[in-house]
Design a binder for this molecule. Structure first.
Ligand SMILES: NC(=O)c1ccc[n+]([C@@H]2O[C@H](COP(=O)([O-])OP(=O)(O)OC[C@H]3O[C@@H](n4cnc5c(N)ncnc54)[C@H](O)[C@@H]3O)[C@@H](O)[C@H]2O)c1
Ligand SMILES: CC(=O)N[C@@H]1[C@@H](OP(=O)(O)OP(=O)(O)OC[C@H]2O[C@@H](n3ccc(=O)[nH]c3=O)[C@H](O)[C@@H]2O)O[C@H](CO)[C@@H](O)[C@@H]1O
Length: 428
């Protein structure tokens, strides 16, 4: 068993810390955010992920996991800090990674292994992380091991995927790679594949998410085509998927989260060969306008309407609202009103937008309960497939609304039941 220091205790770092601790390693969890550390030191798990609370509690109570106020020396350091996309510069914001590296460098010893798990543009481990760690006078590959091991867990299923998913990892040399394989081998039941360098492992991670994003773009474009032909896109996709070599994904209100909408752009950091990939991104982002077109088609004009948006988590049954299609729709509707005011010079009827989500607790969002969000509304737009929404009773909602219109972007609700309750139902 080894000592491991985890840098960053978010959706990736915290389950990883608990996993290693529950497998008997001596784990030290450090987060730059004092509130995160304090909550965890008090036994409060700040993230909503199935099974995580019990899993972390077990690790903390066994004392195999200790939340520390500073970075500590350890045989292994695993970096799980955010790597968001800077929309203005159109590059990865690697400032958190650099901060973590500068914090770790003074504690790095010969014989240690540093593993970067954060998703990064190809070349980052070697070009950004390595020089900071080598500023200590130690050399990567010779004095310490340096590895990129990307994370591929699916939010909503993180704990089992952490153990069961295959891994692809690559170090700056064979010794580095072997050191990381030893650690992951202690809890991973999936296959561990290795690459000759960290850059290939970085690239593999990015093309996995890009593959999914591009395929969702195909589903979204099919949905728009189906709409033009007056065809039910879901039925057509189901039938097409009966072919043994066809597996089209599902359309929706756009692609959210902080992986799929971002990682394709990371591929374009050192190359401009992302023509299909960037078009797919535009298709997925364009779904917001498509939902607005559907609303306008049904309501004739959006002036003076109230729109209730159900679901601002980026996908069903999670609480994470990063890059959420539901929020993007709400903001675009609000911005559109301002833009129209600016062009016409005169007042337009307000578009009132209310958002509701039973999973999201973000205090910066003006969330409404179901009753007030639907009261007097002209349309209900479902943008997230939470289980709770599938069970909604349409009757009392129809009574509260001004117009009984349902735009179900996830085809998640029971359409015949809603139609029976008097709703006009449109699905993507
Ligand atoms: N969440 C996912 O589903 C997922 C899946 C695969 C890969 N990833 C990647 O993993 C990385 C982490 O993502 P996440 O979802 O866990 O992010 P997160 O925002 O949930 O957590 C990151 C944590 O790191 C902390 N932090 C920031 N700077 C720090 C520093 N210098 N030292 C220590 N802690 C610091 C933050 O306070 C935060 O608590 C990102 O690169 C992400 O793209 C995420
Ligand atoms: C390759 C892969 O699988 N990567 C996963 C992905 O996790 P994720 O949670 O971001 O992925 P999704 O569940 O795909 O959701 C993303 C958005 O796409 C919408 N969507 C989905 C399917 C569909 O048919 N039609 C859609 O419209 C959905 O509603 C949501 O908005 O990235 C993580 C971080 O790198 C990985 O770790 C994880 O393995």
């Amino acid at each position: 068993m080894s000592s491991v220091c985890i840098h960053g205790l978010g959706y990736i770092g915290l389950p990883t810390a608990a996993m290693l601790a529950n497998y008997g390693h001596d784990v030290y969890g450090y987060d730059a955010d004092e509130t995160v550390r304090g909550d965890l030191q008090n036994g409060d798990v700040h993230l909503d992920e199935p099974g995580l609370r019990a899993f972390v509690t077990q690790a903390l109570e066994s004392a195999q996991l200790e939340i520390t106020d500073e970075i500590v020396q350890a045989k292994y350091h695993i970096i799980c800090v955010p790597t968001p996309f800077d929309q203005t510069e159109r590059t990865a914001d690697l400032s958190y990674l650099r901060d973590a590296a500068h914090g770790l460098a003074p504690l790095l010893r010969a014989g240690d292994t540093v593993i970067l798990e954060s998703t990064v543009p190809p070349g980052t481990t070697v070009e950004q992380l390595q020089p900071i760690l080598e500023s200590t006078g130690l050399t990567a590959g010779t004095d310490f091991a340096l590895v990129h091991c990307p994370e591929t867990v699916l939010p909503g299923n993180i704990i089992s995927e952490l153990r069961e998913n295959d891994r692809t990892l690559g170090g700056v040399n064979g010794v580095s790679t072997e050191s990381a394989v030893r650690l992951y081998d202690s809890f991973v039941s999936g296959e561990i594949r290795t690459t000759d360098d960290p850059t290939t492992a970085e690239f593999v991670k990015l093309i996995q998410n890009t593959y999914r994003d591009v395929n969702i773009a195909l589903a979204n474009e099919i949905a728009r085509l189906a709409d033009d032909y007056g065809i039910d896109s879901r039925e057509a996709i189901d039938l097409a998927n009966a072919h043994p070599r066809v597996d089209i994904l599902q359309p929706g209100p756009g692609v959210g989260g902080h992986c799929l909408p971002i990682d394709p752009w990371f591929l374009g950091t050192g190359s401009d060969q992302i023509e299909l990939i960037s078009t797919a991104r535009e298709v997925n982002d364009g779904m917001t306008e498509f939902v607005i077109e559907l609303l306008e088609r049904e309501l004739n004009s959006l002036d003076g309407t109230k729109i209730a948006i159900l679901g601002v988590a980026y996908k069903g049954n999670v609480s994470d609202a990063r890059n959420s299609p539901g929020l993007e729709l709400a903001r675009t509707l609000a911005d559109r009103e301002t833009a129209e005011l600016a062009t016409d010079g005169g007042p337009t009827g307000d578009i009132e937008v209310e958002i509701h989500d039973p999973h999201v607790t973000d205090p910066t969002l003006d969330l409404a309960d179901l009753d007030s969000s639907t009261a007097g509304a002209d349309a209900l737009v479902v943008t997230t497939d939470h289980d709770e929404y599938a069970d909604l009773d349409p009757e009392p909602i129809a009574e509260r609304m001004h117009e009984a219109l349902l735009i179900d972007t996830k085809a998640h609700l029971d359409a015949p039941r809603w139609r029976e309750a008097g709703f006009a139902v449109r699905q993507i």
